[in-house]
Design a protein around this ligand. Structure first.
Ligand code: SF4
Length: 250
């Protein structure tokens, strides 16, 4: 058997017509990933949409990789659900991009916010929880709202790439999200940052204007600075702290 190329029909296993996800914590994704690594982005997305249908959604903060995935998903599956987290601490440039995305793409945008307003959080936990306990702040404003939004999903699309940081260097295209008990799809895990930006420029995909000011990775205003280390795209996040992830991908 030729192990370096398989037609998409091989990848789109008929088991997908069963009710519910055909995968579980014991699933071995190695052969599937071997095939998908050699496929186009559209093929990876087509397999995912074929397999999970509306039980899959994209989760994005509209970073460059997420924008490329969103642009292709909107073409392949108009109306697809896209979940984003409004921590209420986002940059004006991020809110502007969200508005542009809503104008431009035929997606169903599901914006989730924390239970606690910034004022209620300050009253309950102190005025600068992002300084005193950033893990708790991320849990309240990101992880818990996202987990609520993801109930009833069997799979989610992320914008993770292997070259974003050392902690993401071994990211598979398809993996198992142990914490949530569902499949995690990283369609551009194997793309480089420059390849993502080439796609954005070539296809006139909108992006966060803070990227023009040295911000390689953009989150909340309190915890995001221009990137200082060109080999670590996320070095502007939680600067001078051991924290490298908000908890969504742990
Ligand atoms: S990134 Fe910072 S401000 Fe945003 S939720 Fe996490 S700790 Fe809070």
């Amino acid at each position: 058997m030729n192990t370096t190329y398989q037609p998409l029909e091989f990848i789109c296993n008929p088991v997908v017509f069963l009710e519910g996800s055909p995968f579980n914590a014991a699933s071995d994704f190695s052969q599937l990933n071997h095939h998908l690594e050699q496929r186009s982005l559209d093929d990876v997305l087509a397999w995912s949409l074929f397999t999970f249908g509306d039980r899959a959604a994209q989760v994005t903060s509209f970073g460059p990789t997420g924008m490329v995935i969103l642009e292709r998903l909107a073409r392949l599956s108009p109306g697809i659900r896209v979940i984003t987290l409004d921590t209420q601490f986002l940059f004006d440039e991020t809110y502007a991009l969200i508005e542009e995305v809503q104008r431009r793409y035929p997606i169903t945008l599901d914006i989730r916010r924390p239970v606690l307003s910034p004022a209620a959080q300050a009253a309950a936990y102190g005025p600068r929880l992002w300084d005193t306990n950033p893990d708790a702040c991320c849990r309240l404003r990101k992880v818990e709202p996202l987990n609520l939004a993801m109930e009833n999903l069997d799979a989610w699309f992320t914008g993770l790439r292997r070259d974003q940081s050392p902690t993401r260097a071994n990211m598979p295209i398809i993996g198992w999200d142990t914490r949530r008990g569902m499949v995690k799809i990283n369609p551009l895990a194997h793309w480089t940052r420059s390849r993502v930006w080439k796609y954005i420029v070539d296809n006139n995909v909108p992006y966060n204007r803070l990227h023009n000011l040295g911000y390689a990775s953009i989150g909340c205003t309190h915890c995001t600075r221009p990137t200082t280390n060109p080999t670590d795209e996320r070095s502007g996040r939680w600067q001078n702290r051991a924290k490298t992830e908000c908890g969504i991908h742990l």
